[in-house]
Design a protein around this ligand. Structure first.
Ligand code: NAD
Ligand code: IPM
Ligand code: MN
Length: 352
């Protein structure tokens, strides 16, 4: 049975207000063409709402997301007028934690070699799936401040690693590798410096890997991972890592695939409501100008459609994005001159 055919839409802040409507135009087109009907409800959440009435994330909404929706489609959250970022923490991290979206799935796939900053690398060299742990690590807010604003101030940010949390993300990475015919999984941590939490990652990785003898399980410390991703990206098929390292490594990976405007992601709990969003943020430096690249959001729409039971539509959207790249239908940061709307039109024209 397909998941609930209803999506919650949160355009959010900055360019989220531009790229989400763009991707929804693509969805309109797909629905009309294929006779689909996915119900939509849009939520006014983000910096404007917070500044207007103090609401970040209404308490009852999380329950509605869980019960009534198959997926959540998010633009970005972050606004210079809210320096504490409290609304983003409540809405985005709140959804990740409270909906238990433990897999942050971030593909790094080069579609056209012209957009790769590395010399002599092509699409066959850069095709990596990152499994970022998404519900614990350094993101839980556990810790505190002591003697704040005094010379003796202390600030502690604790990294939480649970056996259950570490095991399920490692299992997800191996299960994916197994089903997708990948031959290796690389786990990355910093166990040489972080002796407690990352020792748990080391032991758990070895135990789960033993259940998949046909998949090569290998390890790199995260500093070396960054180096190797740039030097020999073709070594990597599947990467599994913790929450913070996954955040950092996937911005690096975004550049390998052509830029942050092309990087898509899913925050997933298999079989339950899950959240799909571009990897990039609200880009206040270009917001309101109509020049944001919509392709990361189009690819995130594809991941969402796959989650909703339409893998073939995900395939079509990947082809459409490839087409735009090959034909130079791109925004300014990729060397083109097209607007958000013009690139979206090019996607739709390809799909027609
Ligand atoms: P950012 O990703 O918003 O921007 C980094 C750079 O990439 C900027 O120069 C921006 O112009 C460019 N860029 C990003 N997306 C682009 C696109 N689609 N097309 C063209 N160029 C694009 O990162 P930042 O500046 O560190 O963050 C801005 C705000 O967004 C902050 O408040 C941050 O916390 C937030 N943020 C939110 C999310 C999210 O909601 N998932 C993710 C990252 C950052
Ligand atoms: C991302 C973002 C978020 C993260 C921020 C906005 C909290 O950078 O989704 O990559 O660090 O997870
Ligand atoms: Mn990030």
């Amino acid at each position: 049975m397909k998941p609930i055919q209803k999506i919650a839409i949160i355009p959010g802040d900055g360019i989220g207000q531009e790229v989400v409507p763009a991707a929804l135009r693509v969805l309109d087109h797909l629905e009309a063409k294929h006779g689909l009907s996915i119900e939509r409800e849009t939520f006014d959440l983000g910096a404007e709402r917070y500044l207007r009435d103090g609401t970040t994330m209404p308490a009852e909404l999380m329950e509605r997301f869980r019960e009534e929706f198959g997926a959540i489609f998010l633009g970005a959250l972050g606004d210079p007028r809210v320096p504490s970022n409290v609304h983003a923490k409540d809405i985005l991290l709140g959804s990740r934690f409270q909906l238990d979206l433990f897999i942050n799935l971030r593909p790094i796939k080069l579609l056209d070699s012209r957009y790769c900053p590395l010399k002599d690398k092509g699409p066959e060299d850069i095709d990596i799936m990152v499994f970022r742990e998404n519900t614990e690590g350094l993101y839980t807010g556990i810790g505190g401040q002591f003697k704040r604003d005094t010379p003796d101030e202390v600030a502690i940010e604790a990294e939480m690693n649970t056996r259950k949390g570490v095991e399920r993300i490692i299992r997800a990475a191996f299960a994916y590798a197994d089903s997708a015919g990948k031959s290796s999984v690389c786990m990355s941590d910093k166990a040489n410096a972080m002796r407690h939490g990352h020792d748990l990652w080391q032991r758990t990785f070895k135990e789960v890997a033993a259940e998949y003898p046909h998949i090569r399980a290998w390890h790199l410390y995260v500093d070396v991972l960054c180096m190797e991703l740039v030097r020999v990206p073709e070594r990597f098929e599947v990467i599994v890592t913790n929450n913070l390292f996954g955040d950092i490594v996937t911005d690096l990976g975004a550049q390998l695939q052509g830029g942050i405007g092309l990087a898509a992601s899913g925050n997933i709990h298999p079989g339950r409501v899950s959240l799909f969003e571009p990897v990039h943020g609200s880009a206040p430096d270009i917001a309101g100008q109509g020049i944001a690249n919509p392709l990361a959001t189009v690819l995130s729409l594809g991941m969402m459609l796959e989650h909703l039971g339409y893998p073939e539509l995900h395939g079509q959207l990947k082809d459409a994005v490839s087409h735009c790249l090959t034909h130079g239908h791109v925004t300014r940061e990729l060397g083109g001159s097209m607007t958000t709307d013009a690139v979206t039109d090019a996607v739709i024209a390809f799909l027609s």
